[in-house]
Design a protein around this ligand. Structure first.
Ligand SMILES: Nc1ncnc2c1ncn2[C@@H]1O[C@H](COP(=O)(O)OP(=O)(O)OP(=O)(O)O)[C@@H](O)[C@H]1O
Ligand SMILES: [Mg+2]
Length: 216
């Protein structure tokens, strides 16, 4: 079993407000897992700590067996090889969709680009600007941007929020396709069990600062 993510004894507070307390978590390579939990439980905080965007108060994080966060180590986000789709993704308004997606990569003729826009059905809007596309399309573009550099781990903060039922299903299908083709390990956060079960086999609940596996 190859471990893609290991979290040990993680702690995080904002001032006196304790958000994460002695949290331990392991994800195997190729797994899709969802973290649920009520608003304010600390889901986004946890994802940002894993990605290196926020620094925890304590604990160790390993990605692909490499220590990226610890008492003497804190690797910056760009060296963790993580793709991140934010809860409210922002695209560069002055760049086309194609330029937005290719922004993280050096080789602009990247062969992956065609595959990624094919899976995510972006072909028809690639020359448009962000203000000319819909919210659902914007979400797909931000997923494309997150996977273009073949990350070890794809993190998505609420990929189904604000989508209608049909678009949710389409998005779930695309995420499953990405997973199948690329064997990528995926960690998502979501609110609605029925949405998340379309992609995830394992569901955890973040409650009182720790993660508990849910058995439905
Ligand atoms: N930078 C910050 N400074 C202080 N408090 C913060 C900060 N970021 C988040 N918080 C607080 O920490 C708690 C957890 O926030 P977080 O965004 O991680 O929750 P969440 O589980 O993602 O919620 P939601 O489902 O609404 O997105 C909230 O009470 C929030 O107000
Ligand atoms: Mg959140």
């Amino acid at each position: 079993m190859i471990e893609m993510l290991r979290i040990e004894k993680l702690y995080m507070s904002y001032g006196k407000k304790r958000i994460i307390k002695d949290l331990n978590f392991i994800m195997k390579k190729g797994e899709i897992t969802t973290i649920m939990g009520k608003s304010g439980a600390g889901k986004t905080t946890l994802l940002k700590i894993i990605a290196g965007i926020k620094k925890p108060d304590g604990g160790n994080i390993y990605i692909n067996s490499e220590l990226v966060e610890g008492s003497k180590v804190s690797k910056p986000p760009y060296s963790r090889n993580i793709g991140f789709v934010f809860q409210n993704p922002a695209l560069w308004p002055h760049m086309t969709i194609e330029e937005n997606i290719k922004f993280p990569i050096k080789d602009k003729n990247h062969k992956e680009y065609q595959e990624v826009i094919d899976i995510l059905k972006i072909k028809d809007i690639q020359k448009s600007y962000p203000e000319e596309i819909s919210g659902g399309e914007g979400k797909r573009v931000s997923i494309a941007r997150a996977i273009i550099s073949n990350p070890n781990l794809l993190i998505m903060d609420e990929p189904f929020t604000n989508l209608d039922e049909e678009t949710k299903k389409d998005t779930a299908e695309m995420i499953n396709k990405i997973h199948k083709r690329k064997g990528i390990t995926i960690l998502t956060v979501g609110h609605i069990y029925e949405d998340n079960i379309m992609i995830s086999k394992r569901i955890f609940k973040l409650e009182k600062g720790v993660l508990n596996e849910e058995n439905y």
